[in-house]
Design a binder for this molecule. Structure first.
Ligand code: PLP
Length: 369
């Protein structure tokens, strides 16, 4: 697709460079392809991103969430507090272990869970809080951890979009009982498919290692019932190459966002909370006028754009009540965000000319009718 002013600017651009290809080929030639030395090295190196916590690699971000909830022993009868304004994987992980998601609203400024809503949603059946660091902005972890401590709840951070984000100097994935990252190709770094669980709890780390591998530490000496959620060494080798580039890519995303912030006046640019370091997995603006018209205009101008997420999770089919209507959730900021947001390209492959076109396009589209 070509826009009026030149080539189409894609909304995301996963990198598979020569170094990634060489790493994959090296592993394939070695013959050690599943959960071997590359996975161990990737786990060790990823720890630096989360204040030295233990890391357990798995085959996806969804597996990371599901395995963590399994390892913590959550299941039927348990309630887990999650934002409805997220990717369905957050709530799917809860349902996959048989627990019930309790949906809470977001703070309009950060698009992340509102701690007051979290506190109000705690019941005697609540076992955990799952904040999502949406778009790469850290959730209000200081307040969320205080609520969790007050009620004795686990905290499972969905950090799938937030590699390297931090709040008051502490990285996401280093706050909760566990943090869960995704390495899907469109994320800030990838391993084709993959995920990482981070935790400060050695016992939990061991349980996670058992659960991802049929309950075995020693081959055929199965200790518990487990799944197969192993990462391949090919994926880990690619992930290691990407991890080395992550700091530069993050800085580029932040510089791109800063430029867009300074130029875009026709739409509401993404705010950043006090003490938060945003890593801009998405650069998400709010459209004040007609969003459909704005998106149409952006596309005509050759500017990739997408809505994450047009339907809040509580309105998706699997989360409706038996009569096919949404549950009794009162989530006005979630509904408003779902109706207003659009994400613009912010990935590190953008040129200065691309950035200028995106800003000009956003200003034009912001007034589109
Ligand atoms: C991508 C994503 C996931 C799931 O990660 P996968 O690796 O695709 O399984 C979970 N939560 C959020 C918020 C995500 O963006």
């Amino acid at each position: 697709m070509t826009g009026l002013n030149g080539d189409f600017i894609p909304p995301a651009k996963p990198v598979i460079g020569e170094a990634e290809i060489e790493a994959a080929v090296r592993v394939l030639r070695s013959g050690l392809v599943v959960q071997g030395p590359e996975v161990a090295a990737f786990e060790e190196e990823f720890g630096e991103l989360v204040s030295g916590r233990r890391c357990v690699a798995v085959n996806s971000g969804t597996s990371a969430l599901q395995l963590t909830l399994m390892a913590l022993g959550f299941g039927p009868g348990d309630e887990i507090i999650v934002p409805s304004f997220s990717f369905a994987a957050s709530a799917n992980a809860v349902r996959l272990v048989g627990a019930e998601p309790v949906f809470v609203d977001i703070e309009p400024g950060s698009f992340c869970v509102d701690p007051e809503a979290v506190a109000a949603a705690v019941t005697p059946r609540t076992v955990a809080i799952m904040p999502v660091h949406l778009y790469g902005h850290p959730a209000a972890m200081d307040k969320i951890m205080a609520i969790a401590e007050r009620h004795g709840l686990a905290v499972v951070e969905d950090a799938a979009q937030a590699h390297g984000a931090s709040l008051h100097g502490k990285p996401v994935g280093a706050f909760g009982t566990a943090g869960c990252f995704s390495f899907y190709p469109t994320k800030n770094m990838h391993s084709l498919e993959g995920g990482m669980i981070t935790t400060g709890d050695a016992g939990l780390a061991r349980t996670l290692r058992l659960l991802r591998n049929q309950g075995m530490e020693k081959r055929y000496a199965n200790e518990i019932v487990g799944a197969n959620m192993r990462m391949t060494d090919v994926a880990a080798a690619i992930g290691r190459v990407q991890l080395r580039q992550l700091p530069d890519w993050t800085a580029q995303r932040q510089a791109n966002a800063k430029f867009l912030d300074s130029k875009i006046t026709g739409m509401v640019t993404p705010p950043v909370a006090d003490g938060a370091v945003h890593v801009y997995h998405q650069y998400t603006v709010r459209v004040r006028g007609d969003r459909d018209a704005a998106q149409k205009r952006l596309t005509e101008l050759g500017i990739g754009n997408a809505v994450y997420y047009p339907t809040p999770i509580h309105r998706l089919i699997p989360y409706l009540t038996q009569d096919g209507t949404p549950g009794p959730w009162d989530l006005p900021e979630t509904e408003r965000a779902a109706a207003e947001v659009v994400s613009l390209p912010v990935h590190p492959s953008l040129s200065q000319a691309d950035l200028e076109r995106i800003a000009d396009g956003a200003n034009l589209a912001g007034g589109a009718r």
